[in-house]
Design a protein around this ligand. Structure first.
Ligand code: CA
Length: 478
């Protein structure tokens, strides 16, 4: 069923035609934290207001089936930096949890990596080698100081650290975080003023650094902490949304809505900067999130709702892994929607293609993603890939350890989830059931068997870390 395309002629000598002939494109890669698939207006948000993302969608291509490679933070971030599946990297949970080691519950979760190995050739390393000024701003969460962005190909690191969330979004951005009261701060942002807000400040730094590129091609890896907890919006925006909450709305958290609005305003600042500096015609803008929306409660209020998708952050249901993705590239099919599944592993090879770079052959041999650059011109096309895999062998508020395969066969968009507690499986056809409401496992045992075999073969192929039975546990209730 794979449609081979011989129309890939927009590539001239490996470079994406349409950019200024004089140089390579800049990249502005904007990663929101925990932003759900349905949290912005191009994706049907009701309470939230995101006019700048609407503009980006009008000028770019909006993907309806973009996946984060993991339902939690660090693994997806690793997949973006390397193009590899989290299971292959053995980075399948966020760093603090990896450091805590295996959990012994109904199954024993595997020991996994906490730091992105230096042996990996990051996208920043490839781009820097080609003359790019490489800028990391905001959340990193891929290792301790010896694995900070400076050690992984970034010329500049402002704010990237061992921590996955700020203590507060208000200057001076420091204080105790979480139940343990761990002291956190955002390095590089020590000077500020009262009332200053972190999302705005990270953009301030981004604009300064793009100026500092001074004509060199740049790669801006701008990883906003927002809309991760703590749920803290600017007071005037929180009040604005408190007044707008009405019966029947799916989104009902005013603080969260205020954070989404501020994120959108900062996307607008970035777009205006590119306009004013005459850079828009030679800059690729990518906007996405690292995992699905957080549906748990924070200070008495549910944070968000991924409706019509099921569940949220931590889960391998669509609400945990399907994320917004809008890409604006010069010459792209502006205003179009693309329904082809793409994954966060794909950014690495896509950026290489757009930059006309080959990258590192040895690294590329184990890259799991594929370039989706052609979809930016022709969003109706298919990629030469019929399967995606997800692996979360850990516990979270929304899930027990689980692995999943998506596979299209004819008009079917099969999705099999296999839970490690007792080997329970669920089968959905996303083509007619994107909300994963009808489990078809009993009805299609042959499909279950075939997909399960493919999933297990993939575990072997990538060396996926697997849970093991816990001899001390009572048999899992099935
Ligand atoms: Ca996250």
């Amino acid at each position: 069923m794979t449609r081979r395309s011989f129309l890939g002629c927009c590539l001239a000598g490996g470079a994406w035609r349409g950019f200024a002939a004089s140089g390579r494109p800049n990249f502005v890669f904007i990663l929101a934290d925990d932003l759900g698939w349905a949290d912005t207006t191009p994706y049907g948000a009701d309470l939230h207001e995101t006019p700048n993302l609407e503009r980006l969608a009008r000028e770019g291509v909006r993907f309806t089936r973009a996946y984060a490679a993991s339902p939690v933070c660090s693994p997806t971030r690793g997949s973006i930096q390397t193009g590899k599946y989290p299971a292959r990297l053995r980075i399948t949970i966020w760093r603090e949890a990896a450091l805590r080691g295996p959990e012994r519950r109904a199954v024993i979760t595997p020991a996994v990596a906490a730091d992105l190995p230096h042996e990996e050739v990051t996208i920043a390393e490839v781009l820097r080698e080609a003359g790019y000024f490489t800028i990391h701003i905001g959340k990193w969460h891929l290792g301790g100081a010896e694995h900070y962005p400076e050690t992984q190909g970034y010329d500049v690191n402002i704010g990237g650290s061992v921590w996955g969330a700020p203590a507060t979004y208000f200057w001076p951005y420091r204080g105790p975080f979480g139940q343990a009261g761990e002291y956190r701060y955002v390095p590089g942002l020590h000077l500020g003023r009262s009332g200053e807000y972190l999302t705005d400040r990270l953009t301030d730094e981004a604009l300064k650094m793009m100026d500092a590129a001074a004509g060199r091609p740049f790669f801006l890896n701008l990883c906003y902490h927002t809309v991760h907890t703590p749920i803290e919006g600017k007071p005037e925006l929180v009040e604005h949304y408190r007044r707008r909450i009405a019966p029947g709305l799916h989104h009902r958290n005013a603080g969260y809505a205020a954070m989404v609005r501020c994120l959108d305003e900062n996307v607008g600042r970035l777009l205006r900067y590119l306009d004013e500096r005459g850079l828009a015609a030679n800059t690729v803008v990518i906007f996405t999130s690292d995992n699905g929306g957080y549906i748990n409660v924070w200070r008495g209020e549910q944070v968000t709702d991924n409706y019509p998708l099921r569940s949220g952050k931590g889960s391998l249901y669509e609400g945990g892994i399907r994320v917004p993705l809008i890409v604006r590239a010069p010459g792209c099919a502006a205003g179009r929607t693309c329904e082809e599944p793409v994954c966060s592993t794909d950014f690495y090879p896509t950026m290489l293609e757009l930059a006309g770079l080959k990258g590192d052959a040895k690294h590329n041999a184990t890259v799991d993603g594929i370039s989706f650059a052609k979809l930016l011109r022709r969003p109706e096309e298919r990629l030469e890939r019929d399967e995606l895999y997800f692996h979360y062998p850990h516990y979270y508020a929304t899930t027990t350890p689980v692995s999943a395969i998506l596979r299209r066969e004819g008009g079917r968009q099969w999705k099999l989830l296999e839970y490690f507690e007792g080997g329970r499986v669920e089968l959905y056809d996303l083509a007619g059931d994107p909300g994963e409401q009808r489990d078809l496992a009993q009805q299609f045992p042959d499909v279950v068997r075939r997909l399960r075999e493919r999933l297990h073969a993939w575990w072997k192929q990538v060396g996926a870390p697997l849970p093991t039975p816990n001899p001390e546990a009572r048999p899992a209730a099935n």
